[in-house]
Design a protein around this ligand. Structure first.
Ligand code: 5GP
Ligand code: 5GP
Ligand code: 5GP
Length: 209
C-alpha cells in the first residue's frame, strides 16, 4: 500500500524549560518578538511508535505554510517560542517541527489541526502551575525526579518522561517534559514507552528564567 500517510501509535507532547535551554554552554537567543514568558514552551508534538522508534519527514510535498495558521500566530509566539540562535520570529522552528514530525500525522491532523492540538494541550496542562503547586519552583533549587514525575501524574493522571541537559557548570537540570497523547491529538494517555532521553540523575536542578 504505497504512499498512504504513515501510521503511528501515539504522540509525545514535548515542552522545554527556557531556563535550561539558555543556561548551557551553547546559550540561546530570544525571539525577535521579545523574551518569552517564564513558562514551559512547546518544542513539538511528535508521532511515535509503541516500540520507541518514530517516523520523520513523511511528506515532502507538504511544506509549512504560515497562511494556514494565521489565526494561531500570536498563540504560537507566546506558547511555542524559538530560542535558537540567531533570533527568529519562530517560523523556522514551527516549519522544522511540521516538516519533521507534523507530516507524519497528516492522516489525523492537517497543518492547522496539528498546531491547534499542540496549543490546546499546552493550555490544558499548565505544567509550570502543576509543578509550583507541588512546591517545585524554578528557583535554581534541586528536586528529585520522582517528586517531579509524581506531581505531574497527580495532576494529569499519567507519568511524564523527563529529559535533562547540563548547565555551564555541569549540573544536570530539567530540560524537557514528555506527555503522551492519543492519536487524535487531544487525550492524555499513559505512555506506551518512555522516551529514550529519560535518563536524569535522581536529583536535578530547576533553573530560573
Ligand atoms: P536529540 O538527539 O536531541 O535527543 O533529539 C533530536 C531530535 O530527534 C528531537 O528534537 C526530535 O525531533 C527527534 N526525537 C528524539 N527523540 C525522539 C522520540 O523519542 N520520538 C520522536 N518522535 N522524536 C524524537
Ligand atoms: P528537533 O530537535 O525537533 O529535530 O529539532 C529542533 C530544531 O529546531 C533544531 O535544529 C533547533 O536548532 C531548532 N530550534 C529552533 N528553536 C528551538 C528551540 O527553542 N528549542 C529547540 N530545542 N530547538 C529549536
Ligand atoms: P538542532 O540541530 O537539531 O539545531 O539541535 C541539536 C541539539 O542542540 C538539540 O537537542 C537542541 O536542543 C540543541 N540546540 C540547538 N540549538 C541550540 C542553541 O542555540 N542553544 C542550545 N542551548 N541548544 C541548542
Amino acid at each position: 500500500f504505497c504512499c498512504l500517510a504513515q501510521d503511528f501509535d501515539f504522540f509525545y507532547l514535548v515542552q522545554q524549560w527556557p531556563g535550561s535551554y539558555c543556561d548551557t554552554q551553547r546559550s540561546c537567543c530570544y525571539p525577535t518578538t521579545g523574551k518569552p514568558d517564564t513558562d514551559f514552551g512547546i518544542h513539538g508534538l511528535w508521532p511515535n511508535y509503541n516500540d520507541g522508534s518514530y517516523p520523520s519527514n513523511c511528506d515532502p510535498s507538504s511544506p509549512f505554510k504560515q497562511s494556514m495558521v494565521s489565526d494561531l500566530i500570536s498563540s504560537l509566539q507566546r506558547s511555542w517560542p524559538t530560542l535558537a540562535c540567531p533570533s527568529g520570529d519562530g517560523s523556522s522552528f514551527w516549519s522544522h517541527e511540521w516538516v519533521k514530525h507534523g507530516t507524519c500525522s497528516e492522516s489525523v491532523l492537517d497543518q492547522h489541526g496539528y498546531f491547534k492540538s499542540a496549543l490546546d494541550l499546552k493550555a490544558k496542562i499548565n505544567l509550570l502551575q502543576i509543578l509550583m503547586g507541588a512546591g517545585i519552583n524554578p528557583d535554581g533549587g534541586s528536586y528529585s525526579i520522582s517528586s517531579i514525575k509524581q506531581a505531574v501524574k497527580n495532576a494529569i493522571g499519567s507519568t511524564p518522561g523527563i529529559e535533562c541537559n547540563v548547565d555551564e557548570d555541569g549540573n544536570s537540570q530539567l530540560y524537557q517534559v514528555y506527555i503522551c497523547v492519543d492519536t487524535s491529538g487531544s487525550n492524555i494517555i499513559e505512555c506506551p514507552v518512555m522516551p529514550s532521553t529519560d535518563k536524569c540523575d535522581s536529583s536535578i536542578e530547576f533553573p530560573t528564567f
